[in-house]
Design a protein around this ligand. Sequence first.
Ligand SMILES: [Zn+2]
Length: 320
Amino acid sequence: MNHELSTMNCMRLLIIICLTWLTTNVMTAQETKQNNNTCKSSSSIAGDEKSNSEYIYRMMQQNRTRGLATMSSKPLIVFPLRIGFIQHTGDKGDTRQFAISRTVDILNEAFSAANIEFYIAQIDVIYSDLKIGDLSLGAYELYDQFSKEHDLDDMITLYLFDYDGQLCEESGGGVSCGRTGGFSYILSNRTSNIVLSKFDLEDYKVVVHEFGHFFGLYHTFERDQFGKELISGANCAKSGDMICDTPADPGPVYEVYVNYSKCQMVGYKDLDEQVNYAPLINNYMSYYKPCFMKSYSFTPQQLEVIRTAAESDLRTRFHE
Ligand SMILES: [Zn+2]
């Protein structure tokens, strides 16, 4: 009897352990689908990204043919920034404004290699009940409408939005979490702004990443606009992010292959290519987490795109 009881108890315990394990697994499975700290930029929503990018690549080609000056000898380009601080209509006062100068410092550190500098020229408080997650709903209609209402023509605005108070939701026995860090159209004339979550004001990557988009950079794993880049890099100039010193990147779905201590993707290849992927894990335009003891960076050719975009008539109206 005693033995039977303890067997029953044992089985009960096992069932409970199994259930717990299953629940944990469901939760893990759901969590891996999350887009934490994600940039919501899409490569073709504004409509003019492709033609503008092609224009920039032609400019770069011409500069190279003419043997124009290297980056370091080029004059400093200064962009005044307007900060659009989004405040909810009912809210009084603000607790996070102190961090804005740090945000611009982070930006300047990254863009100094292209001899580009930003400074805060104007701060406007904009009353709106929109949160950052609302802007990308649908086909970015709310974002377009907001931009039309609030953008200035001749100054880049950095909008600072609140994020959803509740970043995780429980549903069906699992938890689903998500957070948008920011976004910007890629080298588009449709808007004159970059959007950032107040959560990421002091993040070392998000603000730089979004300004990277504004100045013509695609994600390193981009494949929608110009097609897939081969791991071999054979088609690097005309596919992926159109940049040859950023190796092919399979994207954040394959993050499990990343060793963050080595800052390398290990052992992942496509079925049709016998070469391992070796994306730049610590690149500003990738989607990976920070590598241990290694800072983020742009490649020389990414800096060339940024610089060329800044010099082009797509962006000169924003210069000082
Ligand atoms: Zn992005």
